[in-house]
Design a protein around this ligand. Sequence first.
Ligand code: AMP
Ligand code: MG
Length: 320
Amino acid sequence: MSKIVAADIAHITAAAKALSRGELVAFPTETVYGLGGDAGNDRAVAAIYAAKGRPSFNPLIVHVGSLNAAASYAELSPDALALARRFWPGPLTLVLPRLPGCRLSLLVSAGMESVALRVPAHPVAQALLMLSNRPIAGPSANPSGRISPTTAAHVEEGLGDKVAMILDGGPCRIGLESTVVSLLGEEPQILRPGGIDAETLAAELGRPVGMAPQVGDVAAGLHGPGRLLSHYAPACPVRLNATSAAADEALLAFGPNVPPAAVVLNLSTTGDLTEAAANLFAMLRALDRPEVKGIAVMPVPETGLGTAINDRLRRAAAPR
Ligand code: AMP
Ligand code: MG
């Protein structure tokens, strides 16, 4: 049965309720259709990664209803405020430092201290944000590696069986992803080009805006796009495929059969990969304490979300 529904107030209200239950809904924005989930709910965010079949945890854009809402999650520098006031609502995503105690899932940030925020202009996206009264994580609503959807029918084709409903707002006006700008460094940097170009941004800020290496560039080709992101890595060494823990090691367990250890956190006692993904970053941080000499991680199967979990664990364990 089709999941496509008219984006009228009754269906947007139903979509808002689905979000509050942790379900996923696809919604139109002026750029492309988004695969929406409650950005404060680790399980919902894990379900987004699972639905897209992403082989790694690329951080996700979080949609908020207003600049005020954005300010409750991230630190807005004068540059950030200038860009937000000029281009929000609209096709601009700002990568900003998370505020201490930020209530967004760490999974939307792929474990990092930054978060990508956008206020979309599309009236259906705005209505959904208002009625759900929560931030909405929303990557493009396509399976990983496929083209971004600009109609409800595209979404249905790729992800119809993964969402509670698809709000049909007609074809997207812009049809191209948002421009992603990082304001984390000295100089503002475009991480992903989009409709708003570097000159326009530079004119607004009155200073140069850089461009990060893009997929296809020689530099990006060598490292892969995900590796351009400086990921959080635990301070203590991480040991993978552990079947036991040493006396001074903490154990990051997975599944029902757990060897003895002084400190144990279990990603999922039932071996559920969505639950494990939801817990991954918070548990790594919780175990990364000065008195812990190392984190031993039990094997996680290399299937479904396990691929992304293992990718992240291998990065955490890589020599540095
Ligand atoms: P999508 O969710 O498919 O629209 O893609 C989101 C884009 O924003 C990707 O290019 C991400 O790498 C980028 N992005 C999201 N969050 C962050 C972040 N915290 N730091 C750097 N880049 C980010
Ligand atoms: Mg995408």
